[in-house]
Design a protein around this ligand. Sequence first.
Ligand code: PEP
Ligand code: CO
Length: 451
Amino acid sequence: MSAKLKPLSKNTNWSPTSWQSKTALQQANYPDTDALNSVVDELSTLPPLVTSYEIDRLRSDIAEAQRGERFILQGGDCAESLSECNSNKIAKTLKVLLQMSLVMRYGMKLPVSVIGRMAGQYAKPRSADLETIDGVTLPSYRGDLINKAAFTEEARVPDPKLLLQGYQYAGLTINFVRSLIDGGFSEIRHADDWNLDFASHSTQADEVHRIVESILDSIGLFETFKGEQGRTQANQMIYTSHEGLHLHYEQAQTRFLEKRQDWYNLSTHMPWIGARTADIDHAHVEYMRGIRNPIGIKLGPAMTRSWLYGLLDTLNPDNEEGRIVLIHRFGADKIEQHLPELISAVQNKGAKVLWMCDPMHGNTESTADGIKTRRFDNIAKEVDLAFKVHKANNSRLGGVHFELTGEDVTECTGGARGLADHELTRAYKTQVDPRLNYEQALELALNIIKT
Ligand code: PEP
Ligand code: CO
């Protein structure tokens, strides 16, 4: 597949460091540039986390999804944290993602690829560079790759060593995910491993149990057929992704592969450009245009037709399939207003893109007590509308993008259990945005196949 592709960076004055001559928003202010440079040098010598073969395979999965032959589920933490890089947490994230993908596969009758927001989702854009509490002003927390969340001067000063630590922890995470998948990850094959208690709070309990039983039956059939107990997910690949925000980190893992005659970012399968850093003339777009990985682009209400054309021309000049994933995140109350215009822009241009819906980032709000949350109903509504608006405009939604965790946190309200505002403090753990918990995530997957 890659042999047919024209190298993106040929004759275009691109290099892994060419972004440095452009405006780079949302970057950390390191007090010691020499220390930063020496860490970047060290990172550049470490072995990669993913391979070009896997990246090409994801590109071909995305191309299939564009053609309506596959669906993509992308999900994980808003911000991974180094202190939570442990086996329990990783296994639970994997479990919920795989269970959701099985539900979708069953309901949509399409293969589903899973992309984790994991193994490197450590850098966050922030709305303000500084944070003031009780008259004390410090740099904002920008993710564990950059500084620490505690509100002390020591914690908030960007520390380049965290780049190395983040990379190592990303390596530990991906290694454990690969081992679990290789071993057939048994946590999803038995009814006991599906925590469906939440369904008893809904009117659809019977249907939910029936769906899960059918899924387990078909897994059983597959195993009998293959004669390979324990290898259910053989050939399943969990791809990784993170926001390609910290450009020194991304640059360090950008390698020219002689065999492919092209540049790949080998820290992740699919980096994405956040809604705040998608300016065509700025550093993030400059960096992304030269790497061969599929690229996600977040599209918010501010996105215009001409801006989108600029992004597509710059990032996918040869209109290759499998290269661009447009992740729209408007909010349940804005999607009907904004999405049709962008769909028509893409259609008029004949651009090959995969459309994905992120129903999280346009639906963030604060409770009366000032707790950042998202309401399950708004999240479910935006996904539902996304399918409908695409269909009504002769387009196709080919994927969904969620912030979720496999744990029993209380960060988003609603869902079958009707989690209320005053219950949010029970297990509110996220360091940045509120995530769906295990039950809410599974409920959403079941909702999607019913729409
Ligand atoms: C995110 O995905 O965590 C994020 C910050 O998204 P966006 O750029 O769409 O706001
Ligand atoms: Co977020």
